[in-house]
Design a protein around this ligand. Sequence first.
Ligand SMILES: Nc1ncnc2c1ncn2[C@@H]1O[C@H](COP(=O)(O)OP(=O)(O)O)[C@@H](O)[C@H]1O
Ligand SMILES: [Mg+2]
Length: 386
Amino acid sequence: MWINNVYLKNFRNYPELDITLTSGANLFIGKNAQGKSNFLESIELLSLGKSSRQVSDLDLISHNQNSMQAETNFQNDYNLENLKICYEKHSNNKVNKSYFINGKAYKTRKPVLGRLLTVSFKSQDLQLSQNAPKYRRDWLDNLACLISKAYLEIYNNYEKIIAQKNSLLRNNFNSNLVSFNDSLDVYNQQIAQHGAKLIKFRLKTLDRINQYAQITLVNISSANDNLIIDYLRKSNNESSKNNLSYLNSVSQDEFANLLYNDMQTTKALEILRKQSLIGPHRDDLEFIINNQPAKGFASQGQHRSLILALKLAELQLLEDKFSQKPVLLLDDVLAELDENRQTELISRIYQSCQTIITTVNISYLPKNLFKEAFVFDVNNGHITKS
Ligand SMILES: Nc1ncnc2c1ncn2[C@@H]1O[C@H](COP(=O)(O)OP(=O)(O)O)[C@@H](O)[C@H]1O
Ligand SMILES: [Mg+2]
C-alpha cells in the first residue's frame, strides 16, 4: 500500500502542511529540530491511532492552538482510503479525540488499526535491546494491536484495572482496612484474569515474530546467528521458569493462578510502594543470540543486525497477515547502519515498498536511492519539494 498525500493542521510544529508522496522512496532532508520526526509521527498516528512516542495527547497539538488534525489518502490493493484524526483541547486540558474512516466518525482508535500499515524504524530503536523494559513492551504491544484488534481491548481492559488498583493503593490504605482489603482482592482477581489473557496473547504474537526474525537475521548476518526473543514474566518467585517453551505450555487459567498467588505474596510491598508491582505491565522481553542474552554479550554490530532483523520480520509478518506491503518509515536510521546493513534494507525497499526516509545528511545515503525518489526539504515546520 502507499500514501498519496498527508494533510496536517496545527500538528506539533506544522501550522499547515499538504504534501503528495510517491509510491517509491520519499526522502526528507533537514537540520535537527525542523520537524522530520514530527512528520513521521503524524503518519504513525494515522496508522496506530495514537502516537508511538511516550507523550501526552496534548503534545501533538501545536503550542498556542486548541486543536489539531492529521489526514491521509492512501491506496491499498483494492481502494483509495481516507483516514482523519482530530484532537481538540478542552478547558481542563483533557483532549477530545475523533477518528474518521472514509468520512465516517468513530470515538475510539480501534477501527483505525490495521488500515494504514506501517513499520517504523527509528535511530532510537537501535537501543531497543538495551533500553528500559517499557520500550520492548510497547514494541510488542503495538505490533500485537496491528495484528489483532482483539488485543487492543484486552490491553485497555487490563490497563484500566491497573490504574484503578494503583489509585486504591495510593489513596485508600488508611481509610477502612476491611473494605481496602476487600477492594484490593477484587482488583487482584480481575488483574489475574485479564493479565493471563494478555500474557497468552503476547506469547502468541512473540511466537510468530520469532519465526520470522530468525529467518531475517540469518539473511543479514553472515555469522549464521541464532535468535530467540524470550518473554520474561516478572514474578516474586526467583526460581520461576521464564523461557518461552515453558511459558507456552502454561494455560491461561494456570497463568491467572500464578499471577494471583504472586500478587498475594507481594501485597505488603505493593501497599508500601503504593503501586502495583506484579503483572504483564512489568514483564520484559529478552533477546537471546546464540544462547546468550544480547544485552551484555552481543557486539554493537550484532545489536544492529538484531534490530534490523526485527524490523524486517515486522514487515514480512504484516505483509503475510494482510496481503499488503506496509509503508516503511525510516527516521534518521540509514546513516547509522553500515554498508551491508544499508544494502539489506535498501534491497527490501526496492521490492516495491513505499518508504519515507528522514535524514540530516544526504551524503551517507546510497546514491541509487535518489534516482526515482521524491526529495523534500524540511525547514521549521514547512516542507518543500526540491
Ligand atoms: N506541540 C508542539 N508545538 C510546536 N512545536 C513543537 C511541538 N512539539 C514539538 N515541537 C517542535 O518540533 C521540533 C522538533 O521536531 P522533530 O520532528 O523532533 O525534529 P527533527 O527534524 O530533528 O526530527 C522542536 O523544535 C520542537 O520545539
Ligand atoms: Mg528527529
